[in-house]
Design a protein around this ligand. Structure first.
Ligand code: FAD
Length: 483
């Protein structure tokens, strides 16, 4: 349907938890809605680690935004990256150079992985924020197993089977538990040479406890369930370096070929180009009505907002229920304002927190209620299936989980992307060399593929070959005697 031009125009940036909820709740309002997102899908981030651990496929946890909103007559969806917002002229600027005017703007562009300025670490540690990140973790974990299966040297094999997760929040806990379980299940079932070996999974957390948003008791339960799975906890220890060889904690090197970073997020770059006050982590500071100061027509919600409830000292956490409730509030605020009515300040209803640790293991709390183990795990499954977008997706996920529960199998163990064998070979070469191995060669590997564009360096005694075009590998420096 062609949108009536005279209706007020609401632009929503981001089709995540907050933005999608706001757009949907405006279905019956006398407005034209334009939802902009740089990706074409709504992503259910709480299940990303399941894709990383090959339990689910990307399509199981992501829904095309266009399909979700196809019946909403007053809403159009555009695939576009917003590069800037001009608050004065009420315009959003899109890549590549278009502009859109708005009467109301809802900014819900989310957060990104925060390496706290250590850009070198970002080259070697994998974040988990998008489907691409999850598929890359899955690929790296599976490649490490493949390389270990071919590796004769026990030390190098050990390094390939060592996985370090940094950050003891819900994502770190889920990943560490998932890795330990994945290693057991996949190694035993699929690999001959390394079948008897358990992977070493280390969870590093700078504070002295896990799960900062939860009670001490839940944190202790989570720790003991992780330890039951064989996860090594390094609490109260700070990472001082991350290289292609592993992670450094003070004087100690944890040699590992797969390092996952889940130690923090910050607002996406767009926040800095809105021209409004930013708080911790670059989040935009908002009023009790979720609006920007002096701009009652602009709401910022979800992970991009720094919202401190009146009377509290702490900002609301970056979790899906906050984003969804603020999305609903944004729609109500706009509708009431158009009708000339005031809207009371946003109030968050905290329904509790949960984290899963593995099969039949989880912790959950809501008010005074505390759950652990199987009961908490069932609650976790139920809530996550309930909030997935689309009934077909819910059924598929339920089926996959039931199937995995009884068969111990993971269906999505695919290594995608090109030249898997070569990556496995590279990992194996790195594994043979420690951080201070005195290797005769330093081999620089420059990934010039359109999606990669990253540069990695590896110490190797065997220069590797490559076909031109995608991966270029050359001897850069001779640091020792020539071979
Ligand atoms: C691995 C992981 C596990 C999590 N687990 C849980 C959990 O168990 N429970 C829980 O409650 N929360 C969890 N969270 C947090 C939760 O997912 C977020 O709080 C929630 O997604 C925030 O919603 P949002 O709408 O603010 O942002 P998002 O859902 O991140 O959506 C932002 C959208 O904006 C789009 N976008 C970004 N920049 C631009 C731009 N410049 N132009 C156009 N579009 C743009 C993005 O493509 C995205 O679609 C988890 C997060 C992660 C990463």
């Amino acid at each position: 349907m062609t949108q009536a031009k005279e209706l007020p125009h609401v632009v929503v940036i981001g089709g995540g938890f907050g933005g999608l909820e706001a757009a949907k709740r405006l279905a019956d309002a006398p407005v034209r809605v334009t939802l902009l997102d740089r990706s074409n899908h709504h992503l259910f981030q709480p299940l990303l680690y399941q894709v990383a651990m090959a339990g689910l496929s990307p399509a199981d946890i992501a829904a095309p935004i266009r399909a979700v909103l196809k019946h909403q007559q007053n809403c159009r969806v555009l695939l576009a990256e917003v590069t800037r917002v001009s608050l004065g002229s009420r315009e959003v600027h899109l890549d590549p150079g278009d502009t859109l005017s708005y009467d109301y703007l809802v900014i819900a562009a989310g957060a990104k992985t925060n390496f706290f300025g250590n850009s070198a670490w970002a080259r070697h540690a994998l974040g988990l924020k998008s489907l691409d990140d999850a598929v890359e973790i899955r690929r790296r974990v599976l490649l490490s197993f493949e390389a270990a299966e071919r590796e004769a040297d026990p030390d190098a094999r050990r390094r390939l089977l060592t996985f370090v997760v940094i950050g003891g929040g819900p994502t770190g806990v889920e990943l560490a538990g998932g890795l330990a379980e994945f290693g057991r299940v996949v190694l035993a079932a699929d690999f001959r040479e390394i079948a008897g070996q358990s992977p070493r999974v280390i969870l590093v957390e700078a504070t002295d406890r896990l799960l900062p948003g939860m009670s001490d008791r839940s944190a202790e339960r989570a720790a003991s369930q992780l330890q039951d799975l064989g996860v090594e906890l390094r609490l109260g220890e700070r990472v001082t370096d991350i290289t292609e060889h592993g992670v450094r904690l003070g004087d100690e090197w944890l040699r590992s070929s797969t390092v996952v970073w889940s130690a923090g997020v910050c607002a996406r770059g767009l926040a800095a180009r809105v021209g409004a006050e930013a708080g911790p982590g670059g989040r935009l500071v908002v009023e009790p009505s979720c609006t920007l100061k002096d701009h009652p027509e602009v709401l910022v919600i979800g992970d991009m907002a720094h919202f401190v409830p009146p009377g509290s000292e702490r900002a609301l956490p970056g979790v899906a229920p906050v984003a969804m409730q603020q999305g609903r509030y944004a729609a109500r605020y706009i509708t009431r304002r158009l009708a000339g009515k005031e809207t009371p300040a946003f109030e968050y209803t905290d329904k509790g927190m949960m984290a899963t640790i593995g099969r039949s293991r989880a912790v959950a709390e809501s008010g005074r209620l505390r759950m652990t183990g199987f009961v908490a795990w069932i609650a976790w499954l139920f809530i996550h299936v309930l909030y997935l977008v689309g009934s077909r997706r819910r059924l598929i996920v339920l089926f996959q989980w039931t199937w995995s529960y009884f068969t111990y199998k993971r269906g999505a163990r695919l290594i995608t992307g090109e030249r898997a064998w070569e990556r496995a070979q590279l990992l194996a070469r790195q594994a043979e060399q420690g951080p201070h191995s005195g290797s005769p060669y330093e081999v620089r590997v420059t990934d010039v593929s359109p999606t990669g564009a990253s540069e990695r360096a590896a110490a190797s005694s065997h220069p590797l070959s490559a076909e031109p075009g995608e991966v270029v590998i050359h001897e850069a420096t001779t640091t020792g005697p020539s071979a």
